[in-house]
Design a protein around this ligand. Structure first.
Ligand SMILES: NC(=O)c1ccc[n+]([C@@H]2O[C@H](COP(=O)([O-])OP(=O)(O)OC[C@H]3O[C@@H](n4cnc5c(N)ncnc54)[C@H](OP(=O)(O)O)[C@@H]3O)[C@@H](O)[C@H]2O)c1
Length: 315
């Protein structure tokens, strides 16, 4: 069964982020009011196109607030999965040139502060709460008191998960898969970067899926690197050729590769315009003819991929 598309709000909840063509694709006015209008346009388009999984985070500026307002303006939209994250705090104060746009803290104190903030905005509409960007050295993986607090939130009906980052995502996934509270697995969902340039976590995600966890793919377009029209990266030309042959755009091909992974349940779109999102959704219709085609596989080393990602400018 093909995975479903979801919508992530990382690129529209705050004035600066690391995706490629923001100067071209976002409004010149990056005020909270202007970005909320864009976020609501994306959410309306997503709902009309059948997207039902929505992903945000405390650190995405005011994205949780934008989402909460949209949910309250659309009380009939019951069939949604609303996911958020804690563990990164937004620190840019709406500045484009902030030294640090977000700071990581996986302590139980940060959890208590941020779950209160998320609940005050999303209340009972929160379905999935994830620790943001866990790496193998995160204290959250060994913090028993935190695990018990998360299990209490799970008992309240919220699915507990985590998102992974960095060159050792597989190690984080396998460590977290083994964590239990009172004999029950704690982490029921894994949100992980997987794309044509960085497919290294595939096997670990297959293990998570096989053990009944919800697998969510993020950065399927490598923050726009895979669709950047000016790109001369090794994947660019074959991806463009294949997209041409199939009569779609490169984003649809790259997303379709992720959607077709047998262990993927949800693949997040990071589109920032309704037109981008409409093109992304074409990925779900790419059927058999896609599989006959030989698509480009030029993965980078995970170290290379994450080093290049860490050097991407916030614009
Ligand atoms: N650590 C974590 O937990 C974490 C980290 C990253 C992302 N995420 C989640 O994953 C979601 C997606 O990640 P992402 O936005 O970073 O990366 P992505 O999906 O790999 O890239 C999205 C970017 O690709 C470009 N794009 C998308 N569709 C396009 C189209 N049809 N035509 C041309 N360009 C197109 C847009 O960039 P431009 O318009 O700017 O060119 C867009 O912002 C996020 O919103 C968030 O929910 C989570």
């Amino acid at each position: 069964m093909t995975a479903r598309l979801g919508l992530g709000l990382a690129a529209v909840g705050r004035p600066a982020y690391i995706t490629s063509g923001r100067a071209h694709d976002l409004p010149r006015d990056r005020s909270p009011a202007a970005l909320e209008v864009r976020a609501h346009e994306l959410l309306d388009t997503a709902y009309q196109l059948g997207i039902r999984h929505l992903d945000t985070a405390r650190s995405y500026g005011r994205a949780e607030e934008f989402l909460a307002n949209w949910l309250h303006e659309n009380p009939d939209h019951h069939d949604l999965t609303v996911a958020s994250k804690w563990g990164y705090t937004y620190t840019a104060d709406w500045r484009m040139d902030a030294k640090a746009h977000e700071v990581k803290d996986h302590s139980i104190r940060a959890f208590e502060r941020q779950v209160g903030e998320t609940r005050s905005l999303l209340g009972p509409l929160l379905d999935l709460y994830q620790i943001h960007s866990v790496t193998p050295d995160s204290p959250a993986l060994n913090d028993k008191a935190l695990h018990h607090r998360l299990a209490e939130l799970a008992a309240d009906g919220v699915l507990i998960g985590l998102s992974t980052s960095g060159p050792r995502q597989s190690d984080t996934i396998r460590t977290a898969l083994a964590i239990t509270v009172d004999g029950e697995p704690l982490f029921r969902s894994f949100q992980t970067t997987w794309n044509l340039l960085e497919p290294s976590a595939g096997d670990a995600l297959a293990e998570a899926h096989a053990s009944g966890r919800l697998v969510v793919v993020k950065e399927a377009l490598a923050n726009g690197r895979l669709v950047d029209p000016s790109s001369d990266e090794p994947t660019a030309a074959p991806l463009r050729r294949l997209a041409n042959d199939l009569g779609v755009t490169t984003d649809a091909v790259a997303l379709a590769v992720a959607l077709r992974q047998p262990w993927a349940d949800v693949v997040l779109s990071g589109a920032v315009t309704p037109a981008q999102l409409a093109r992304n959704v074409r990925a779900t219709a790419l059927e058999a003819e896609f599989w006959q085609a030989d698509f480009p596989t030029s993965a980078e080393s995970a170290e290379q991929y994450w080093r290049l990602r860490s050097e991407r400018p916030w614009t």
